[in-house]
Write a protein that binds this ligand. Sequence first.
Ligand SMILES: C[S@@+](CC[C@H](N)C(=O)[O-])C[C@H]1O[C@@H](n2cnc3c(N)ncnc32)[C@H](O)[C@@H]1O
Length: 260
Amino acid sequence: MTKSPYEHSELYELAFSWRDYSKAVDFISEAAALAGLAEITSMVELGCGPGQYCREFARRGVTAYGVDSSPEMALYAQRIYDDEKLPGHILETDMRSFRLEQKVDLALCMMATFSHLLTNRDIVDHFAAVADSLKDDGLYLLELPHPRDAFDTDKSTRDVWEIEKDGSKLSIDWCSDATFDPITEIDKGTVRFKLEKDGAVKSYESPSDARRMGFGNLRALIDLSGRFHIAAMYGDLDVNIPFDNAKKAWRLVLVLRKSP
Ligand SMILES: C[S@@+](CC[C@H](N)C(=O)[O-])C[C@H]1O[C@@H](n2cnc3c(N)ncnc32)[C@H](O)[C@@H]1O
């Protein structure tokens, strides 16, 4: 058992290589423009992992920072920045208390990274750290699971999938064994990677905790933090998909504006 799935940076990157990151950054830029941020000159990705979004922004000339508490992930992402001489860098630090050397236009927290903030205190501290790192009127775009997933009604995502690339096959089981504690609202599960490459098979297992929270509670924390208000909501990384209960809306994408 390894300590965390995020020790396996390359496997994580391969596991999530089904997403088109260039298209995702097009969406983020369009959503930001619709919320009034016409030009993004600087940004930060929180819990950036391999840094798929921040490095895509950096490739487009934006000064782009990444924040991640995993030493393996921070090193992996920084190596890519160094190899490509990208503007910005990766900070190995906590997204509940980070500080940047300059205030930025946009902050991002993607996939289900926000669910690693396990307590209400973690979330409120995080909102304060993000707001302090944004310029006035800066935006914070957050991607979360659709709230229906918190109630097991008709889940929008799969816990088990496979990716084949460059002769390797990676099988992923992301916490299909999770057990939910209704008092703490924390799911405790196991992330399993099985890599088949050059005739050899390697398997890795790590524990992973995630907060499962209803939308009402999240909205209350946003309001009570006093640092942000909701500027827009989408049901996918697509400005044409509204956030509602239709099947097409399978995520909750929140665009938060920093409060004055
Ligand atoms: C699900 S991965 C997301 C990676 C990438 N942003 C993506 O969308 O694919 C979550 C990342 O958040 C990081 N993380 C978890 N808790 C954190 C914290 N408190 N501060 C900073 N990073 C954290 C983990 O190390 C991991 O790399």
